[in-house]
Ligand binder design. Structure first.
Ligand code: GAR
Length: 193
C-alpha cells in the first residue's frame, strides 16, 4: 500500500475530492491530512471521511525531528500539497525527492511564486488580460512554484470573466483532473522495476 499525506491550509475541496477518489483504492491509502492552520476546514472534511487529521503550526512543521517522526509514524511514502501555503523545508524535500507534488491554480511559469496563491492568482490572470487559464501539477523543490511541471490543463476565458468566474472555471479543472494526475504519478513512481 502506498501511504499518502495531504498537506492543506484552507477549505479543502481538493483534499476531500482526493480522499473520495482513493477511498477503497487497492494500492493507495490517504493516511494523513496535515494542516499548518488550526482552523482549516479541510481538517473537518478529512475527519468526516475517517482520515486522521492533525495540525502542525509553523515551528513544529519546520522541526526536522518532529516532522520525520510524524511521517514515519504514519508510514508516509508520498506527499500531496493541496492548497498548502507554507514553504516545504529542505529536509522534507530531501527525504521525499520526487515524492512531493503541488497543485497551482494557473498555467505556470506564469502567475507563480511568492504571494501567488488562491484569489491573488485569479486577480493577476484577469489583470493581465489572459485569454485562458488552467491548473498545473508540479514537483516540489526549494523554489516556490519552481519544480518540474508534471501536467497542465487549460480552460478558455472570455473578456467579461471576473476573477471569481476565472476561479470557478479553474476549480472545475482541479476537481476533474487532480486525483487522476496523482493516481498516474503514483503508478509510475511506485511501479515494480
Ligand atoms: C486551490 O485552488 C489550489 O490550486 C490553490 O489553493 C486552492 C485550495 O483550495 N493552491 C495555491 O494557490 C498554491 N499556490 P482547496 O483548499 O479548496 O482545495
Amino acid at each position: 500500500m502506498i501511504n499518502v499525506a495531504i498537506f492543506v491550509s484552507g477549505n479543502g475541496t481538493n483534499c476531500e475530492n482526493i480522499i473520495r477518489h482513493f477511498a477503497d483504492h487497492k494500492n493507495v491509502k490517504i493516511a494523513l491530512v496535515l494542516s499548518n492552520k488550526i482552523d482549516a476546514y479541510a481538517l473537518t472534511r478529512a475527519r468526516n471521511l475517517g482520515v486522521p487529521a492533525i495540525v502542525m503550526t509553523h515551528n513544529h512543521f519546520n522541526d526536522e525531528s518532529q516532522m520525520m517522526v510524524l511521517m514515519r509514524a504514519y508510514h508516509i511514502d508520498f506527499i500531496v500539497l493541496a492548497g498548502f501555503l507554507q514553504m516545504i523545508p529542505d529536509f522534507l524535500i530531501r527525504a521525499y525527492d520526487h515524492r512531493i507534488l503541488n497543485i497551482h491554480p494557473a498555467l505556470l511559469p506564469k502567475f507563480g511564486g511568492k504571494g501567488m496563491y488562491g484569489h491573488y492568482v485569479h486577480e493577476a490572470v484577469k489583470a493581465a488580460g489572459e485569454t485562458e487559464t488552467g491548473m498545473t501539477v508540479h514537483w516540489v523543490n526549494s523554489v516556490c512554484d519552481g519544480g518540474e511541471i508534471i501536467a497542465q490543463f487549460h480552460t478558455p476565458l472570455s473578456p467579461t470573466d471576473s476573477p471569481a468566474d476565472i476561479a470557478a472555471k479553474e476549480h472545475v479543472l482541479e476537481q476533474d483532473y487532480f486525483p487522476f494526475v496523482i493516481e498516474k504519478v503514483l503508478s509510475h513512481s511506485f511501479s515494480p522495476s
